[in-house]
Structures are given as structure tokens and as C-alpha cells.
Write a protein that binds this ligand. Structure first.
Ligand code: SF4
Length: 246
């Protein structure tokens, strides 16, 4: 993988999901096939998604400056990369940006696939308003490995949610994109560990239909609707505020 240290021009971006987003990296070491972020990495046109990561090494210093004039609002980490992808272990850019956000009392929401988020539990607990989500796509690692071979397996994601929950943090699951799974088993595993869940199909067929079909996993509209309904039903039965995004 090509790793570059770069200086970003800005770091506190506006977000359509929350008020702001902070992306300390361009690219993502997890390299999921379905990732929409690959569509926006203009400076890396033609390079393989997952084959590069730019670490914005000035992100914390830039955030310190930009936050001084920003109106208080919810910050998402991250919207176009995984804030706890493998390189974060070395660079700690997400961690240092969290320290800045904490100092200025900005509310945050974190979304990751990685158990590395548990490193920062002590810091996350200090926020007055903080939610932490883990992305889940399937309970079947053979299916996961077709589309996201470099991400942690299902049991590790469940273990991550468990640690976050046990630490007293407010947790959620982002279940998307839905892949072939046992929806009841997914709901049973995550429900005790989360307050809410968001369910989505994401970029199918645009980015990953070819691979799905090549591997005998073609998913059509009825697959997504059926799986969505089963997940929403099972999660709500278990007291989770579950919402579908389509
Ligand atoms: S972990 Fe998230 S940001 Fe990274 S490649 Fe996968 S979907 Fe994209």
C-alpha cells in the first residue's frame, strides 16, 4: 500500500449526515469493494481503492484553528474513511482530533469497523454527547471476505460493541450494505449491545454487483427488502430503535 503524509488545507467539513465531518485520512486501508468514498477521491483517480492512504498529518493543528470560528454542532468521524483503520494505530490523528473536539465541547458521533476504537474509550467517555457505531454487513465471514477481506470478522465487531457498551457509551449499529446473512442471528447478537440501528443497501448495483454475481451471491430488490424487514422487525422486538434508510 502507498502511504503518504500530506498537509490538508481544511479539516472540519460540512456534512449532509450531521453538522460536520472530520476525515483524517484520504483513502482507507480496509479497501471495501462497495465503499462510496472511492468515488470522491479525486486526487487518486485511477489508483486501486485500498491501495493508498494519505495521512493528513496536520489535521489536529488545523482543527484547533478551524474550530475557534465554528458554530457548535455534531461532528461525524468519519464520513469518507474509517477513523480507526490500521494506520490510526501509528498516527493517532483521529485520537488527537477527538482531544480538540473534547476541549471545545463539540458533540460527536463515531462510525468504524475496527476494534481500535476501544483504545480511545477513556477519551470518548469524557464527551457530554457521544455515540459510537460499528458497521456490520453480515454474520457470515465467508460472505464478508468476498467484499471486504481486510476488515475484522463479525465476532470481533460484536466484541467491540460489547466493550463500548460495557464502558457506558451510547452505541449503535450501521447495518449496511446488507449482504447475505441470517437476519435473526444478527439481530440477536447486536440487540443487547446497541440503542439504535440504521439499515441500508448502499451502492448496489453500482459498485459491487459484478463481484456478487461472480460469487453466486446476486442480490435483487426482494433480497434487500426482505432482509431489511426481517432486521427491523427482529431488532424492534428486542427494544432497539431500528430504522431503514431506503
Ligand atoms: S471501512 Fe468504511 S471507509 Fe473504509 S473502505 Fe470500508 S466502507 Fe470505506
Amino acid at each position: 500500500m502507498k502511504i503518504r503524509e500530506v498537509k490538508a488545507k481544511s479539516i472540519l467539513g460540512r456534512s449532509g449526515i450531521t453538522d460536520y465531518c472530520v476525515n483524517c485520512y484520504t483513502g482507507c486501508g480496509f479497501g471495501c469493494e462497495f465503499c462510496y468514498a472511492q468515488l470522491f477521491a479525486r486526487s487518486h483517480k485511477g489508483e486501486e481503492w485500498g491501495g493508498y492512504v494519505d495521512a493528513k498529518v496536520n489535521a489536529p493543528e488545523l482543527l484547533k484553528k478551524e474550530i475557534k470560528t465554528a458554530e457548535r454542532g455534531v461532528v461525524m468521524l468519519s464520513s469518507a474513511t474509517d477513523p480507526y483503520q490500521p494506520l490510526e494505530k501509528k498516527y493517532e490523528l483521529t485520537r488527537r482530533c477527538l482531544e480538540v473536539l473534547l476541549e471545545h465541547d463539540f458533540p460527536i458521533t463515531v462510525l468504524t469497523r475496527s476494534p481500535l476504537v476501544t483504545r480511545d474509550i477513556g477519551l470518548l467517555k469524557q464527551f457530554k454527547e457521544c455515540t459510537v457505531g460499528v458497521s456490520i454487513t453480515t454474520d457470515d465471514d465467508k460472505v464478508k471476505n468476498v467484499f471486504e477481506p481486510f476488515t475484522p470478522p463479525f465476532r470481533v465487531r460484536i466484541g467491540t460493541l460489547k466493550k463500548l457498551k460495557e464502558a457506558g457509551l451510547r452505541t449503535y449499529a450501521f447495518i449496511g450494505p446488507m449482504m447475505p446473512m441470517n437476519p435473526g442471528a444478527v439481530a440477536e447478537a447486536v440487540a443487547p449491545l446497541i440503542e439504535s440501528a440504521f439499515i441500508d443497501r448502499m451502492n448496489y448495483p453500482h459498485l459491487w454487483k459484478g463481484t456478487a454475481e461472480k460469487n453466486g451471491m446476486g442480490m435483487d430488490g426482494s433480497f434487500f427488502e426482505k432482509t431489511r424487514d426481517e432486521l427491523v422487525g427482529s431488532l424492534r422486538e428486542r427494544g432497539v430503535a431500528a430504522d431503514a434508510l431506503f
